[in-house]
Ligand binder design. Structure first.
Ligand SMILES: NC(=O)c1ccc[n+]([C@@H]2O[C@H](COP(=O)([O-])OP(=O)(O)OC[C@H]3O[C@@H](n4cnc5c(N)ncnc54)[C@H](OP(=O)(O)O)[C@@H]3O)[C@@H](O)[C@H]2O)c1
Length: 397
């Protein structure tokens, strides 16, 4: 019997046990002062999922395999679908954990058994679970794009900051092992001063005006679904090459571009019959004559490559740059250098590890994927959508 045909059990409700992660009780007895304290391993971070759809399975698989994490709860609009999801992942859940189906969002965010929330609903429906989680003091990892516009993002980011509760957009590409190598090449000046960046991210799913990819009410369109990778990775590359990325000091060969804001801007696109952006291409100019071209589309095929060109060489991620495990460094008068960095699990482990690290450190944002990066990318996409004439129905309110 597979998960979807199994009889739906009654949703179980959370027990009233205290959150071991959030409120570790003091256990030392008065006599314990004479004994050298033992450092207990940190309890696993207990994750809940809102929106048990396609990508939530990838998250569940990574959490299930990570020693410092476990999946404890799930909530969706349909109890039957959430139950099927829970049944699929229940056998994989670690022995001491119970995967609960939460009847409501409120029950999930207020559960003492939940330490952190992963939001994987369509873009139009991220705000409600993010706000509810933050208000309940629960850290959030929210799928890209965080929301549909910068205006919608600002209250979420402000709440995270004012309450000091962690919030990160799940831009998992920045946490892939291959990108550590890429960053080292760029910061180390392996290709000399940066000249140009080109990326392409295109798919051709069947047109379905009701699907989250094409439905304006669900904030569909190529930019929010795919372009967010082109643009966020572009910003990251500019910062790495400039030595302005957090934690990346300027190294020999790097140059300073400062904030990677375009000095010139040309956007072209084609809309789908539903009114969302079907295809978007851009040429952005930056300081020192650096140019970036990108293309994202929901009606095209591409190698989905990333090319980074410098004065002394170039770097190629030949396919699927947003989930790449292979890169090539080409330098004048030197053999091609290959980098292969397979996923430890399925690629999601890096962003989950980062969220866990930040939450344990009491941070409200990740230094690798900070709020400002989410906001800046959304502002670029706002401007692009505006030039293309894409406006979501909920933005007209
Ligand atoms: N990191 C990546 O590689 C990656 C890949 C794909 C997608 N994503 C991102 O993940 C998010 C979800 O994408 P997906 O492809 O997994 O989406 P999906 O399967 O179409 O939907 C995800 C879940 O959201 C809920 N949902 C669907 N429509 C809804 C609506 N109108 N109102 C409220 N809830 C609704 C559904 O759960 P219930 O019906 O049970 O409530 C569904 O299971 C998006 O932000 C997307 O950009 C990331």
């Amino acid at each position: 019997m597979n998960a979807s045909s199994a009889p739906a059990p009654q949703p179980r409700t959370a027990s009233a046990s205290a959150s071991a992660f959030a409120t570790a009780p003091a256990t030392a007895s008065p006599t314990a002062t004479a004994i050298a304290p033992e450092i207990a391993p940190a309890p696993a971070l207990r994750w809940a999922i809102v929106g048990p759809g396609r990508i939530a399975h990838r998250f569940a698989q990574a959490v299930q395999a990570l020693p410092g994490a476990r999946l404890v709860a799930v909530h969706g609009r349909s109890a039957a679908r959430a139950t099927a999801f829970a049944q699929q992942w229940q056998p994989a859940v670690k022995a001491d954990a119970e995967l609960l189906v939460m009847p409501t969002l409120e029950a999930l965010v207020h559960s003492p058994d939940v330490d952190a929330v992963y939001v994987a609903t369509p873009h139009s429906h991220h705000s409600e679970p993010v706000l509810a989680s933050l208000r309940a003091g629960k850290p959030v990892l929210c799928e890209k794009s965080l929301v549909a516009s910068a205006a919608l993002a600002e209250p979420l980011l402000a709440l995270s900051r004012s309450r000091q509760v962690f919030l990160m957009e799940a831009l998992w590409t920045r946490f892939l092992p291959l990108y550590a190598q890429l960053g080292a090449w760029l910061r180390g000046g392996a290709i000399g001063p940066l000249r140009a960046v080109h990326s392409s991210l295109c798919f051709a799913p069947p047109f379905d005006p009701a699907s989250r990819l094409f439905n304006p009410a669900l904030a569909g369109g190529a930019l929010l679904d795919l372009g967010v990778y082109n643009l966020s990775v572009l910003r990251w590359v500019l910062q790495q090459a400039a030595g302005t990325a957090p934690g990346a000091g300027p190294e020999p060969g790097s140059q300073a571009h400062g904030t990677p804001e375009p000095t010139s801007w040309h956007i072209r696109g084609q809309l789908a019959p539903s009114g969302v952006d079907l295809r978007v291409a851009g040429l952005l100019g930056f300081a020192d004559g650096v140019t970036a071209t990108f293309r994202c589309a929901l009606d095209s095929r591409s190698a989905n490559a990333l090319h980074i060109e410098g004065r002394d060489g170039h770097i190629v991620l030949p396919h699927d740059f947003w989930q790449a495990t292979h890169a090539e460094l080409h330098r004048a008068d030197a053999p091609v250098q290959l980098a292969d960095a397979p996923f430890a699990i399925n690629g999601f482990e890096g962003q989950i590890d980062e969220a866990t690290r930040c939450i344990r450190a009491g941070l409200f944002e990740s230094p690798v994927m900070p709020h400002a990066e989410t906001l800046a990318t959304l502002r670029w996409m706002d401007r692009m959508r505006s030039e293309l004439g894409v406006r979501y129905p909920f933005e007209n309110l």
